[in-house]
Design a protein around this ligand. Sequence first.
Ligand SMILES: Nc1ncnc2c1ncn2[C@@H]1O[C@H](COP(=O)(O)OP(=O)(O)OP(=O)(O)O)[C@@H](O)[C@H]1O
Ligand SMILES: [Mg+2]
Length: 240
Amino acid sequence: MVKSGCKNATPVSMFIGGIAGMERVIQSDVEPPYLSLVTGPPGSMKTAFALSLISNHLRRTGEFGLYCTVEEPVESLLRTCQSMGIELPPNLQITDFTALRADNEAMDYLKFTKKMIDHFKQQRGPSFTCFILDSLGAIYSLTTVNEEMRKRMFGFFDYLRKQGLYTFIITERQTGEFAELEGNEGFLADAIINLGLDRRNGKIVRTLQFEKMRHIRHSMEKQAIDVAPGGVTIMGPLFD
Ligand SMILES: Nc1ncnc2c1ncn2[C@@H]1O[C@H](COP(=O)(O)OP(=O)(O)OP(=O)(O)O)[C@@H](O)[C@H]1O
Ligand SMILES: [Mg+2]
């Protein structure tokens, strides 16, 4: 169990309790600041995983969370949630960057994101505990990836850590690709949660695997995941 938000608050864990079946994968929970990368190929349920986890956490704690969607419009996110039985709590603010993308090609998204976080920190104080960026790849696709950008990304991750938040950065990653990614995010993150699709006996199985999780003893096995009432659920380890 972990203390979340301010000191002496009722202990509420983020991962265990946020996703059903998680207690079989990790032995204890994490404390903020904690920055997790959620990686995987298209359609591997990165968005659904992040929304399930955060919605369940915010509903239980009453804390405030900010979700920035850069490539998928909010209407589409809401449809995903409806289809998967994920109920979004009112204390989750979803901010849609997709329209901004169309309007302003030259926009500095990292700077804009920081400003938004600063705004909600000021407005919500310590009750603002969770931030999700969906996705980093979308931001990279709008900028030239060079040494300067890598430095800026390092600064951005450093900034996020200093905010004391649970942060989830969603990023595309093809099967077999290493998690260092464009700007060495894999080294900078506290956790790497890899979602995937495995082909077995002519069927596609959805999977989740913790590749890295600082401070926590965790299973390295691939887990089968599925959608159940309440969102993404861990079914159990996958055996070859
Ligand atoms: N009700 C449902 N039950 C089970 N699976 C579903 C359901 N609705 C959608 N899906 C699956 O979930 C996938 C979409 O999940 P999600 O949008 O979270 O993936 P993603 O990894 O974020 O994708 P992208 O890379 O496009 O952002 C769909 O492609 C579909 O296969
Ligand atoms: Mg997505």
